[in-house]
Ligand binder design. Sequence first.
Ligand SMILES: [Zn+2]
Length: 244
Amino acid sequence: MQRRSFLQKTGLTGLALTALPQLAISQAYDYSILELMGKADIELFGDGFQLKKAAHDAFVAMKKAAYSDGIDLKPVSSYRSFERQRSIFERKFLRYTDDQGMEPLAAIDKIVEYSTVPGTSRHHWGTDIDIVDGYRKVEGDVLVPSKFAEGEPYADFKKWMDENSKSYDFHLVYTDTPGRRGFKYEPWHYTYAPISIPMLEEFRRKNIMLLLENEEFIGSDHFTEGFLRNYIQDNILDINTDLL
Ligand SMILES: [Zn+2]
């Protein structure tokens, strides 16, 4: 074999080896619209929380490691169905509009600072989990960004997660990266990337806009095309870039 042709062949082999796993991953997963939108009856695991098997196993391993370092990784919220998200959204919509007199679109904008439009929550996937440190006594709401800052109750939790979560494939989704749009900084919200990356990929392949236009719940009549376009661009896609 001539050297030139040998190099060409090995070059091609190298390319095939790097290209194939990607291909294999995107073909191996075929998530249905129902599953992506929290409407499927999926198998979940956990004691006091609910995640898909691989995410559950990784979380348990991470919890064990954190425990030996004096941190109690306590799940606050994990899997959430479409129906559950719908009741959260509708309750907030009615509170802001009926009780507080806000305009519907302003109310929706306020809801999507922290809460999702039903059908678009990453919590529908069984891969995402909100976590705090169970060892810390905290007054009032626990999911408050300032409580994770230096000198605050969850500072040690945050430091431990910054240093260790990635070795268990858990990544922060809504980072404090300057200029990031969409959902505000959530230092408690982690995702199990090996499953949620292909799920987001699959979700993007579906026509999210059309799926949302077809949903009927309190407040959904007020979704404009502009709102939905921005929501998909900012809230669904402007996340930690490691997860895209
Ligand atoms: Zn969350």
